[in-house]
Design a protein around this ligand. Sequence first.
Ligand SMILES: Cc1cc2nc3c(=O)[nH]c(=O)nc-3n(C[C@H](O)[C@H](O)[C@H](O)COP(=O)(O)OP(=O)(O)OC[C@H]3O[C@@H](n4cnc5c(N)ncnc54)[C@H](O)[C@@H]3O)c2cc1C
Length: 389
Amino acid sequence: MKVGIIGAGAAGTSAAKTLQASRVDIEVDLFTRSGEQPYNRTLVNKGVAIGLLEPVQTALPAAGVETIADTVRGIDPRSRDVHLDSGQSRTYDALIIASGSRPWTLDETILGRDQALSAGRLTALHSIADAIRVRDLLATTHPARVLMLGGGLVASETASLLTDAGHDVALITRSLLPGARALGEETARSLLNLHLPQHAAYLGRTPTAIRTHADRITVVLDDGPRAEGDLAIVAHGTVPTAPAPWSGPEGIAVDSRMRLMVAPRQRIYAAGGVAVHHYPRHGSYRVDHWDDSVAQGIHAARTLLHDVGQADDPGIYLPSSAFSARIHGHTLTGVGHPALGTSTRLVSTDPLLTAHYLGDIPVALTGIDAASLVRDWIPRLHQRAPIRS
Ligand SMILES: Cc1cc2nc3c(=O)[nH]c(=O)nc-3n(C[C@H](O)[C@H](O)[C@H](O)COP(=O)(O)OP(=O)(O)OC[C@H]3O[C@@H](n4cnc5c(N)ncnc54)[C@H](O)[C@@H]3O)c2cc1C
């Protein structure tokens, strides 16, 4: 049996390792983009952008299968052919799509956006190439004035890292309470309180124009204020990315076992930042965190093994992995997918821990400096009745 895995990041490599470890006679091809060595994306900001690691040090350990650096341009789901950048095509008995996400960019209607991008003074921070751009600019300007557009985890963590490195970071966020939707209001408010003593903050503002000068950049915000810096980083979250026919921003809808939703018998699976799931009796959701993507890759591989009669049914996938970020000396931790919750209950105020409920089922946790409480609570996630200790 021949399995193609598209994407050699968190989800793709964990799927490959799971198939390898099964000892079932399966030949695996693991695809990554042309010219790219598989790397750990979480080190883009924590390692390379701040000059702590060289790009080569972010390489992922070999997954024990053949890795092919040849971008997949398209998939023919009926014939199970994948068409590659090199012009070659390959056929598979099963496919796992784990091609991840790409960053949201600023809207093209923002005047001066393209000029700022091509001058290298406006960048995303998602790939190693982005990290090198940031690192090189910061190497010529110290301390640099950095405009951080966004208030999510990557923006918050990067703002903290750059402040620690002696740079002057201003936050520009579209929301008055950044992170509220993804983390819940209590956690988002505590996160904001960590930031406010450290940064100038333009909250509830949207950029309307960008002016690029020889030595700096000016971001014009709605209602008039201007923020000036040496560099602006856009960290507005991600959208799924996949080869055609799934090349739109909507991602790949999967069922509870991570099979392609529209054709669950086709032996096509999706995992990680590209996969759009459906929580039982609730709406759709997507998780773009490292450990959860690893867990999804394992789950997709187990479903595949089950579908070919080589393993038990792995059951419904429910997000229960942790993510964390170190921000101004504190650790923000989350588990599961907080945005799935429809109500938030305070578990503890000091340290802060909130549980996110969907009806009477806790589906996620967020907190600050609450690692051990979080560990105690993890077994309760997705359980209707509270577990008594
Ligand atoms: C700066 C930054 C910091 C982060 N820090 C954290 C953190 O601290 N903790 C955390 O939990 N999460 C963090 N994340 C999120 C985390 O990195 C992602 O959620 C995770 O990498 C998603 O895994 P994935 O396998 O879906 O995608 P990725 O790890 O991005 O892997 C996708 C793979 O697909 C390949 N690919 C894409 N398209 C094609 C194609 N057409 N053909 C062939 N190959 C293709 C890529 O080359 C890559 O190998 C961070 C993200 C960023 C950008």
